[in-house]
Design a protein around this ligand. Sequence first.
Ligand SMILES: [Zn+2]
Length: 135
Amino acid sequence: MDPLTPSQRSRNMAAIKSVNTAPEMIVRRIVHGMGFRYRLHVRALPGTPDLVFVSRRRIIEVRGCFWHLHGCKKSTIPVTRANFWRAKLKGNARRDERMIRVLRRMGWRVLVIWQCQTVPSRRELLERRLLRFLE
Ligand SMILES: [Zn+2]
């Protein structure tokens, strides 16, 4: 069903998923500070999820608003080569949704944190959401 070979797919995913981004580091620092322990970028799971809490069967994905087409004001499609970007970014968003469906079917609970939700002014809200999800 998937037209890509595994090596093509992993190259593709590597291009889309930039690891250790600033928003991801913010989320990692918060949950670590709350005492939760996790595994990072688990390749054995579909889509190589960012933070995996194995015994709690929970996953946190941290996404850049532009690359994953959040729909907020950070995620506008560039004017130059708009068609190219629209197709590319929509493709990313579709793949994200597919991965989440697969993970949920496998019994994982998945929380998506967007880049724009990690800014300092929203920190308190972010902490509450993370705690509620992980407890
Ligand atoms: Zn956003």
